[in-house]
Design a protein. Structure first.
Length: 145
């Protein structure tokens, strides 16, 4: 059974992305498989909805447009690139896990400070300063002093 054809306005409504953004993604090679009808209008399917969701999640987790473009180019080449696509996503996943560990360590410190001020407000006495022990693997990396 053929997939339902969507126009760019429908895709925009379904994804919450502007028509301009969708066109930009296409011009950047980020959306594979966009076709045009006899009138020259772009046509999309529900596969493009999934693709836009993937782009959104990759961007939210810090993947660069260049890497998304590389991934899309590999996808266009077909099954011969499965290993390369898997490696690209695995490397990105590793970066995401590292960032989550950094943010988790920062969150622990924020929780400690919130508790510190809560105790101070509840008792009227400034508590002793003691920071939670943060393992070396949880320390937030600093790029500058």
């Amino acid at each position: 059974m053929p997939q339902a054809i969507l126009r760019i306005g429908q895709l925009s409504s379904l994804t919450g992305r502007s028509v301009h953004t969708i066109r930009w993604y296409e011009s950047q090679g980020l959306i594979p498989g966009v076709r045009r009808d006899r009138g020259g209008r772009r046509t999309y399917t529900h596969l493009h909805l999934n693709w836009l969701d993937l782009i959104d999640r990759l961007r939210r987790t810090g993947m660069s447009i260049a890497h998304i473009r590389e991934y899309a180019a590999l996808a266009k080449k077909g099954d011969s690139t499965l290993h390369r696509r898997r490696r690209l996503l695995a490397a990105h996943r590793s970066r995401v896990e590292s960032k989550i560990a950094e943010w988790t360590a920062a969150l622990k410190l924020l929780d400690h400070k919130i508790d510190f001020y809560g105790q101070w407000l509840a008792t009227g006495v400034r508590p002793d300063i003691s920071f939670p022990q943060i393992r070396n693997s949880e320390k937030v990396k600093r790029s500058s002093p």
